[in-house]
Design a protein. Structure first.
Length: 405
């Protein structure tokens, strides 16, 4: 009989550059942050290739600028979106009785977690709109370039979520609706997460054994520092004693990695060959992502503070979501899906987003061109000087219309 899947149980911190007196990392490289680095490096390579093939209508030196704009839009939009969508009750309805100063402090406390994909989408869109307006570039064209990258970024973030043991899935239940704890009764694709804080009994048992283990290895200690109580990585001998008390869950991060990330990435890169008008690919991406996200929310554990199943105790946002029968992720995805649909239809019936992409721009090969240019990318070869364009040819280049920028 196959056993259930095992969480990798690795330390979320790769290495620490600076820690405080209690050993808590202050400046450290984390797997979650490294995933963002991978995403933005991939983004730079793709934008560079798109610019070189003519798909992305900007100068080579603008590629770095737009990546920086994308980074800012992602983090600001993602963080503010999380606070607005997932912490609305605490910020605006006074739940938790936080003083005003603490509410503002939540904005920069990124190390406590909390980024919203939907907020990131709005953040990037607004950042690109401002940049395109200031630089007189084609807004729709830049967004089309961005959606070549975003699904890969989604996939990398889900890898980070998985390593951190966060955003895990819902519990498996039997026919009577009871939570299944016995590994022998769980399907092979189930997983138990040491970071599971939704089951207070299991979490307390784990914390108790971790405290005992710390005092056993530090006999002179009078208290256990917070850093020593982080669940990951949990010692195998401790996990063997408490894993039976943890419920089996869907590894929803893996599902979202596969569908919202890699599957959407594959489809977007196939559709780029056929969508001729700037902006169409962006609309298609918004719809594709939401089509994958909405069913994924059915196996993903909702955030505790806005769980529709606890609407009677929580009220506020949870009550609203319970009334419409959706999670926050599903509600936001429906909104974004409708935006994508209107986006595509508007461009289809009234082409106002600039000249169409040529066949050569839509069908050039990324991998072959990037490998060929690798010495230049790494600084081992000087970039060849671009030949001067004839005046007539320069005048025929695409200029964004007022509507498109």
């Amino acid at each position: 009989m196959l056993g259930i899947l095992q969480h990798p149980n690795v330390n979320p911190v790769i290495f620490t550059l600076w820690s405080n007196a209690e050993g808590e990392p202050v400046l450290a490289l984390r797997w979650y942050g490294l995933m963002y680095v991978f995403a933005f490096v991939f983004g730079y390579l793709v934008f560079r290739w798109l610019q070189k093939t003519g798909y992305l209508r900007m100068k080579a030196e603008d590629v770095t600028n737009i990546i920086v704009v994308g980074v800012l839009g992602t983090f600001l939009g993602g963080r503010l979106g999380y606070l607005l969508f997932y912490q609305f009750d605490k910020l605006f309805l006074g739940k938790g009785d936080l003083p005003i100063s603490e509410r503002f402090a939540m904005i920069y406390k990124v190390y406590e977690g909390g980024m919203s994909f939907h907020g990131g989408v709005f953040g990037v869109g607004l950042a690109v709109l401002i940049y395109a307006w200031r630089k007189r570039q084609n807004f729709w064209n830049i967004l089309d370039g961005a959606v070549h990258i975003v699904p890969f970024g989604v996939a990398m973030v889900r890898v980070g979520n998985f390593i951190n043991g966060e955003l895990y899935g819902r519990v498996f239940t039997d026919e009577a609706g009871n939570t299944i704890y016995d590994a022998d009764k769980l399907p092979w694709y189930a997983m138990k997460f040491p970071t599971d804080h939704n089951d207070p009994i299991a979490a307390e048992r784990l914390q108790s054994l971790m405290r005992q283990d710390y005092f056993a290895t530090h006999p002179d200690a009078t208290r256990v520092p917070d850093a020593a109580m982080q669940p990951l990585p949990v010692k195998p001998e401790i996990w063997d004693q408490v894993s039976q008390y943890f419920p089996g869950r869907w590894p929803s991060q893996v599902v979202q990695f596969a569908f919202e990330g890699m599957l959407v990435l594959l489809i977007v890169w196939l559709l780029r060959r056929y969508f001729k008008r700037p902006g169409q690919l962006t609309g298609a991406f918004l719809m594709l992502y939401c089509i994958c996200r909405i069913p994924a929310e059915m196996i993903r554990q909702p955030d505790m503070q806005i769980d529709p199943a606890k609407a009677a105790q929580l009220g506020g946002t949870a009550a609203f979501l319970q009334s419409i029968g959706m999670t926050m992720g599903q509600f936001l995805s429906v909104v974004v899906f409708l935006i994508g649909l209107i986006w595509i239809l508007a461009i289809y019936f009234k082409p106002f987003t600039g000249r169409e992409y040529t066949i050569e721009e839509r069908r050039s090969g990324f991998l072959r061109q990037t490998i060929k240019d690798l010495p230049e990318i790494l600084g081992l070869r000087k970039k060849p000087k671009a030949p001067d364009k004839p005046e007539a040819e320069s005048a025929s280049t695409d200029e964004p219309t007022p509507d498109a920028s």
